[in-house]
Ligand binder design. Sequence first.
Ligand code: ITT
Length: 198
Amino acid sequence: MSEKFVLATHNSGKLSEMRDILAALGVQVISPAEAGVDIEVEETGSTFAENAMLKAKAICEAAGLPAIADDSGLCVDALNGGPGVYSARYGGEGLDDRGRCMLLLEGLRGQTTRAAHFSCAVACAFPNGDTLTAEGRCDGAIAFAPIGTEGFGYDPVFLVPGKGKTFGQLSAEEKSAISHRGKALAAFVEKLGTYLKK
Ligand code: ITT
């Protein structure tokens, strides 16, 4: 595919995963910085899909290029699906990834129901107003302590059933083969192929 896409994210962990997955699928991407765009998009939507579309449209408009955004998060059964769309902001501004993981473990202390899933919505906006969307989900469980140093965000506390490992113990390739983001981007690229043939 000759068209270039801006990846509408400021999260370096996401950016690197999205770059690798999309490159493997033959989609050329650049970062917002490479597109000369530096805007913060307010995530006012109540769903991953709404927030992904807000980001994709804003960056597309600012860059004048098609833009792909990811909105994602961790949904924990024992927290009624939280932190969900608030995953990046869980615990307030003072916390880093490690702090958010520890806060989550603290909130689940003594809790035997550990089921959780990651969700990812991908949205793509084109300068002509066209849009594409796709979603992906990865089921798992919350560990009792952080394990592993790979990945980002909640990876060290997300246990993958069948692997007996957290996302924090998987290589980027191993994670993307089963992750919410890997699935959403694969579904998106399939739709993109159909769209570009039209
Ligand atoms: P952008 O909006 O700039 O893309 P962000 O980090 O604010 O970056 P989101 O609003 O989509 O992105 O928040 C997603 C949060 O969910 C992210 O910050 C992580 O804490 C968590 N998250 C999402 N996908 C994850 C993954 O694959 N592994 C670990 N944590 C993840």
